[in-house]
Every structure is written in C-alpha cells, then in structure tokens.
Design a protein around this ligand. Structure first.
Ligand code: DC
Length: 227
C-alpha cells in the first residue's frame, strides 16, 4: 500500500508550479520532485559537451548522465554525475535550450522512467508539463496551473532581478511565448491539461492562496483514500 497520494502539478513556465509544489510538499510532509530540473540537468550536460542541437547527438550522451535529487536544509538539490548543479541549471543559456532538448523522445523516455521510479511509493508532489498526462496518468490529484502572460513576465523579471540578471521585459515576454509554443506543440507528450485535472488561474492569487487551495483538495483526497 502506498504511503500517500501522488499530486501532479502541470502548467506553463511562470504559472507558479515550482513554488507552489515546494510549499505544498512541505505542508504535507511529502517529497517534492521538480521534473523541469531534470530536463535542465540533461541540457546543461549537453551544453558542456559542445554538441550540435540534434536528436542523435543528444540521445548518445544519455548513458553518461546520472541525475540525483537530494534534500537538505537548503531544500531540493540537483546533482549531475555527483556535482551539485542546482544553480547552474538556472543559467539563461540552459533556459534557452531546455525546451528544444525536451522535445527529443529519447530524453523524455530516459527521464520519465526515472520520475516514475522516484514517485512509485506515493507521498509526492511532482511538477512539470506532462505529469498528469504521461508520467502519472493515474495520479490521485492533478492540478493545472495557468496565469496571464503579463503576470508570468512580471514574475520572471522579478526572479531574474533578484539574481542580478539585466534583461528587458520584452525579451522575457518573447522567451516565455517561445517556450510555451515549443512545450505545447511538440510531438511527444506536449504540455496539455489532463481531462481530469483541476485548473487554477494564479494570475490574481498570492502563493499562500494557491498553496492553501491545493492543500485542501489534497487533504480531501487523502481522507477519501483512508475511508
Ligand atoms: O519547469 P521548468 O521551467 O524548469 O522546465 C524547463 C523545461 O523543461 C520546460 O520548458 C519544458 C521541459 N519540461 C518538460 O518537457 N516536461 C516536464 N515534465 C518538465 C519540464
């Protein structure tokens, strides 16, 4: 019997997935799994290899990649072949290439298998693009977060400013629209709302409100499971 339920949180870039998923996991004492970070780790490895952006080249390097998610006082840390790359995977270069790299079928198969293994025992909050549709289509609770482009640009600009990255709102806007386009039109497991997912528009919600809403839905599911 599973220790807890699987909560899938999907949605486009900047919809508030990772912050919400992280806080929700803390509140429930569940494990938080950031699947975007896994795609970012593969992208970082590929960038360091200086290879062309071609499916064959990317598929060939996958056996050399080992990704590990660890939890310490700083929260979730991402390890690539033993190296802590939690900061490096957030670099603009990785952000620019992660969507095209994520379109490759071999990359998706490689990571989805690992995500299923990590989440198999339940008691997890997993965020991404295809969690409720492909990774865990039977997840007990599926949330699909959306927010207006303007709000997502505002959030991303704030995040980049805090990191000291200078970028114009127009550039951020174009990056977000382009990532949305690639993520939702790709052939293999595109970003889409699962039929049984609950859609929440976070444009006018605070993080606390988002977390609270999903927390109550989760508690309801957990209690139903027990009875
Ligand atoms: O959530 P994020 O911005 O860190 O995700 C980075 C990219 O990874 C995103 O643009 C598409 C890809 N991704 C994916 O294809 N499937 C997932 N489950 C998670 C992320």
């Amino acid at each position: 019997m599973k220790k807890g339920i699987i909560i899938a949180i999907d949605g486009p870039a900047g919809s508030g997935k990772s912050t919400t998923a992280k806080l929700l996991a803390q509140k429930l004492r569940y494990k938080y799994i950031d699947t975007g970070a896994m795609y970012r780790a593969v992208t970082l490895f590929w960038l360091r290899k200086n290879l062309p952006l071609e499916e064959k080249a990317v598929c060939q390097i996958l056996p050399e990649i080992s990704i590990d998610l660890q939890y310490n006082n700083n929260g979730l840390r991402i390890f690539l072949n033993g190296e802590d790359v939690s900061e490096a995977i957030r670099l603009p270069e990785v952000t620019n290439f992660v969507s095209p790299i994520s379109t490759f079928k071999c990359v998706r198969e490689f990571l989805v298998e690992q995500q299923r293994t990590i989440g198999a025992n339940g008691a997890v909050v997993m965020d991404g693009r295809d969690i409720g549709t492909v990774v865990f289509p039977k997840a007990e609770l599926k949330i699909y977060l959306v927010a207006s482009v303007e709000e997502r640009v505002r959030r991303r600009l704030l995040e980049l400013k805090q990191k000291g990255v200078a970028i114009s709102p127009e550039e951020v806007r174009m990056q977000i629209i382009e990532r949305d386009r690639i993520d939702s039109t790709r052939q293999h497991s595109p970003l889409q709302k699962a039929l049984d997912a609950i859609e929440i528009d976070t444009t006018n919600l605070t993080i606390e409100e988002q977390v609270e809403k999903i927390y109550h839905l989760a508690i309801e599911k957990i209690n139903n499971q027990k009875s």
